[in-house]
Design a protein around this ligand. Structure first.
Ligand SMILES: C[S@@+](CC[C@H](N)C(=O)[O-])C[C@H]1O[C@@H](n2cnc3c(N)ncnc32)[C@H](O)[C@@H]1O
Length: 214
């Protein structure tokens, strides 16, 4: 997805973040850059890392592995096991190569396929879910994710403000209307669901952070 030119806040926030020092992550970022693979923005990666570090989840679900950048951020911040889903075979294969190279293979179960089909097959509880897959499907996945999330578990979703188009900060591109409308419905649903405590935060492309209530 082409990102709008970062504003002064984003430029400033990125300028104060410490440089990435993990060689495995640097190799992934270099590959993503060369091959134009969309991955988390630096400030979103920092936020994800913090949330995982605070929560120390034992069982994590990720929707949208791509080549494994956010997976590495998650795995580096906790000792839990990551279940991650990717629909594109080439990305899935590359992610597996990176998991192998970084020694994370034993802590990752990677699925190749459509999250629509894989999510309903899971049983058992996750204590952290990171959603960064197909944006039009967030709302469809929500009831499943709610059932799968442990009490006090965290659901973190990326790109919910979608280049500012969801809030109207940026003019909506007509061909993105379906995504924008679906994300608007998702944000309202997750924010107003009494089983969650949710904040929508303008971090990177916008994240929603929901905690499953007692
Ligand atoms: C924004 S990228 C994920 C980036 C990754 N989380 C990171 O930061 O390193 C979204 C990914 O979701 C995958 N995707 C899209 N639709 C999907 C679906 N229905 N099921 C599983 N994965 C899907 C895409 O192929 C893409 O790799």
């Amino acid at each position: 997805m082409p990102f709008k030119t970062p504003g002064a806040n984003s430029i400033y926030i990125r300028s104060v973040l410490p440089p990435e020092r993990d060689d495995n992550i640097l190799r992934i970022l270099e590959y993503a850059d060369k091959n134009i693979i969309p991955v988390l923005l630096p400030e979103t990666a920092a936020f994800l890392r913090q949330m995982v570090y605070i929560k120390q989840p034992k069982k994590i679900l990720e929707i949208g592995t791509a080549i494994g950048y956010s997976s590495h951020v998650i795995l580096g911040a906790c000792k839990g096991h990551l279940y991650t889903i990717e629909a594109e075979e080439s990305s899935y294969k590359k992610a597996n190569e990176f998991f192998e190279a970084s020694g994370y293979k034993d802590r990752v179960t990677a699925y190749l396929g459509d999250a629509n089909e894989i999510i309903p097959l899971f049983s058992g509880e996750f204590d952290f879910i990171f959603m960064d897959g197909p944006k039009t499907r967030y709302i469809q996945y929500l009831p499943y994710l709610k059932r799968m999330l442990a009490i006090d578990g965290i659901l973190l979703c990326d790109n919910v403000l979608f280049n500012g188009m969801v809030s109207g900060e940026t003019e909506m591109i007509k061909k993105k209307a379906t995504i924008v409308n679906a994300l608007d419905i998702f944000i309202r649903a997750v924010s107003q669901d009494d089983d969650f405590m949710t904040s929508v935060l303008p971090v990177g492309d916008g994240v929603s952070l929901s905690i499953r209530r007692h």
